[in-house]
Design a protein around this ligand. Structure first.
Ligand code: SF4
Ligand code: SF4
Length: 500
C-alpha cells in the first residue's frame, strides 16, 4: 500500500503488485453510496421527488413488469448456477475486496427479491432457495451496490451463461428511480440534456464562442484555417460528440484531431447546437423513455440540418447506444445517404480515409511518445466497427499503429474483450465516489504499470470521454501524470501533415 500526500481519507492500492484476488473484507465499500438525486432532479425526469409511501409494492410490481418485458433480465435472474466463474472478474471487487462487489453477489441482491415474489419456491419455502423480502435494508444495499457497478459487462464474458450484471444493475436503478430514489449525478446530467442539449448545460452561444476559440487556436498552431462549424445546413456529416470534447483535457485535443481529419479529407461537417451531446445517460439508469428522448434530438438535428451522415465522436457508452439502439430509439434514418453506415464512429471515418490514402500522416511526429491503448468497455464488449469481426478492437489499434511508431499493448487478459473498466463508467464519474473510482481503477493501473516497467510507456490512449476524465483524475493516485491519458484523435491530428 502507498500513502498519498494529497488530502483524502483512503489509501490508494499498490499497482506495482501483480493482479491477484484480494482478501475478502465484508462491507469494505458499504460507505461508498453516491449522493441521492434531489427532488428537483427527480421531478425533471418524471420520477417521484422522494421515496413514495407504498415504495415496496411499487418496486415489486416494477420488478415484475421489467422481468416480464425484458426476457434477458428474466433469464439472467433464473439461470445462475453459482459456479463462481465471475467472482474475481469485477474491478470493484478486485479494488475493494467487498464480497458484494462480486458480480454474482451483486445480481443476488435482486435475485433474492425476484425469487421471493416471482417464483413458486420463493413464495412457499423462501429459506431453502435464498429468497428474501424486500426490506429497507435490502433497498439500502441495492442503492449502494447497484451504484457500484459501472455496467462494464466484463463479468458476462466469463459467465458460462452470459449473465449480464449490467442489465441487472440498469433494471435496479430503474426500479429505484420509479420509487423516488435516484442517483444525483446521472439524473442531474440527464436533466441538463433535456433542457439545454448537453451534459454540461452549455447553451448554444457559449458553444459557438468555444468553437470560434478553437478555430483561432488551430490557425495559430498550424497556419491552416480549420473550421469548427455549428448548425451548418446541408453539411455532409453531423458530428455528435461528448460535450467534454469542447473544453476538457485531453478531450479537446481529440476534437481538434477530428476537425483536422475532416478538413484534410475535404468533407463538409457540422455540430448541432440542439444535439451537442453524444452521451446518453438514459442507458445508465435503465430508462428507455429518457434514452429515447435524448436519442431523438440527434435525429431531429440531422433532419433540420439536412445532413447525409451521422458520425459519433470518442465516447464509449454513446457508441454503445448508437450502435445498438439508435435506430430502434429514433429511427428510421432512411433520409441519410445509404452509402455510409448509420451511425458511424469517427475512428471508422479516419480508418477509411487512411485505407483510401486520403490522409498524409507522419508517425514520426509522435516519436516522443511510447503509447498503449485502453479499450473502453462499452466499445470493446458492446459494439462493432467497420463491418469487421472484432473491428471495435482492431480498427483503433490499426489507426494508432499508423500514427505512432512506438505502440505496445498491455497484457492480453486486460485488453480487448477482457478489458478492465476505467473505474468511472456507468454513471459513477462523480467525486462523491472518488474512493471507489480510485480503487476500481486498480486492475487497469496494474496492467499499465507492468507495461510501463517493460517499455517506459509515456501515454495511454483512449476513445471514451468518461475514461479520459476518469484517468486524468486517478492516474496521479498511482504515481503517473494526469496528462499521460491522451485522445486517439490527438495522436492522429498531431501526425497529420496539414495542407493549406
Ligand atoms: S458489469 Fe462490470 S462493474 Fe458490473 S458487476 Fe460486472 S464486472 Fe463489475
Ligand atoms: S459466472 Fe454466471 S452462472 Fe456462474 S456464478 Fe457468475 S453469474 Fe452465476
Amino acid at each position: 500500500m502507498v500513502n498519498n500526500t494529497d488530502k483524502k481519507s483512503f489509501i490508494t492500492p499498490d499497482a506495482s503488485v501483480k493482479l491477484s484476488i484480494p482478501e475478502i473484507e465484508e462491507s469494505a465499500s458499504k460507505h461508498l453510496a453516491p449522493f441521492k438525486a434531489s427532488a428537483e432532479h427527480q421531478a425533471a425526469l418524471g420520477f417521484p421527488d422522494r421515496l413514495i409511501d407504498n415504495w415496496k409494492d411499487v418496486a415489486i410490481e416494477k420488478l415484475g413488469e421489467l422481468s416480464g418485458k425484458y426476457r434477458g433480465l428474466r433469464v439472467y435472474l433464473d439461470s445462475c448456477v453459482n459456479c463462481g466463474a465471475c467472482t474475481d472478474k469485477c474491478h470493484y471487487f478486485l479494488g475493494t475486496g467487498d464480497p458484494k462487489n462480486m458480480p454474482v453477489a451483486r445480481q443476488n441482491l435482486m435475485r433474492k427479491v425476484y425469487r421471493r415474489y416471482y417464483t413458486f419456491a420463493g413464495r412457499t419455502v423462501p429459506w431453502l432457495v435464498g429468497a428474501e423480502d424486500l426490506t429497507e435494508e435490502v433497498l439500502d444495499d441495492w442503492y449502494t451496490y447497484f451504484n457500484q457497478c459501472s455496467q462494464c459487462r466484463r463479468c458476462s464474458v466469463y459467465c458460462p451463461y452470459g449473465i449480464d450484471t449490467a442489465e441487472v444493475s440498469m433494471a435496479a436503478r430503474e426500479i429505484m428511480d420509479t420509487i423516488g430514489v435516484g442517483q444525483k449525478y446521472s439524473n442531474e446530467v440527464i436533466g441538463k440534456v433535456h433542457k439545454l442539449g448537453n451534459n454540461l448545460g452549455l447553451p448554444g452561444p457559449a458553444l459557438a464562442n468555444t468553437l470560434e476559440g478553437l478555430e483561432e487556436d488551430v490557425l495559430e498552431e498550424t497556419g491552416v484555417a480549420v473550421k469548427f462549424p455549428l448548425d451548418q445546413k446541408d453539411a455532409d456529416i453531423l458530428l455528435v460528440t461528448p460535450s467534454a470534447d469542447f473544453f476538457a483535457e485531453p478531450h479537446v485535443d481529440g476534437l481538434i484531431g477530428y476537425a483536422k481529419v475532416l478538413h484534410q479529407a475535404g468533407i463538409s461537417w457540422t455540430f448541432s447546437s440542439t444535439a451537442s451531446e453524444a452521451a446518453n445517460f438514459g442507458l445508465f439508469i435503465g430508462s428507455y423513455d429518457n434514452m429515447q428522448q435524448i436519442a431523438s434530438r440527434i435525429k431531429d438535428a440531422a433532419l433540420e440540418l439536412n445532413v447525409k451522415r451521422i458520425v459519433f465522436g470518442e465516447c464509449g457508452h454513446a457508441w454503445r447506444v448508437a450502435y445498438n439502439y439508435l435506430n430502434t430509439l429514433a429511427g428510421p434514418f432512411d433520409f441519410l445517404d445509404p452509402k455510409y453506415p448509420m451511425p458511424q464512429h469517427i475512428v471508422e471515418v479516419t480508418y477509411d480515409l487512411i485505407q483510401q490514402g486520403r490522409l498524409h500522416l507522419d508517425a514520426s511526429a509522435n516519436d516522443d511518445k511510447r503509447v498503449t491503448f485502453h479499450d473502453s468497455c462499452n466499445i470493446a464488449r458492446a459494439s462493432g466497427m467497420a463491418g469487421i469481426k472484432g473491428g471495435q478492437l482492431s480498427v483503433p489499434r490499426d489507426v494508432l499503429k499508423t500514427v505512432c511508431n512506438h505502440f505496445y499493448d498491455m497484457r492480453s487478459n486486460t485488453i480487448g474483450e477482457a478489458t478492465f473498466c476505467c473505474g468511472g463508467g456507468g454513471g459513477l464519474l462523480t467525486d462523491d465516489l472518488l474512493e471507489l473510482r480510485v480503487k476500481g481503477a486498480l486492475p487497469r493501473m496494474q496492467a499499465l504499470q507492468e507495461l510501463h516497467d517493460k517499455h517506459n510507456i509515456t501515454h495511454m490512449a483512449a476513445m471514451c470521454a468518461i475514461c479520459k476524465s476518469q484517468f486524468a483524475k486517478v492516474l496521479p493516485y498511482y504515481g503517473f501524470e494526469m496528462d499521460q491519458i491522451i485522445s486517439v484523435h490527438q495522436l492522429v491530428g498531431d501526425a497529420l501533415v496539414m495542407q493549406r
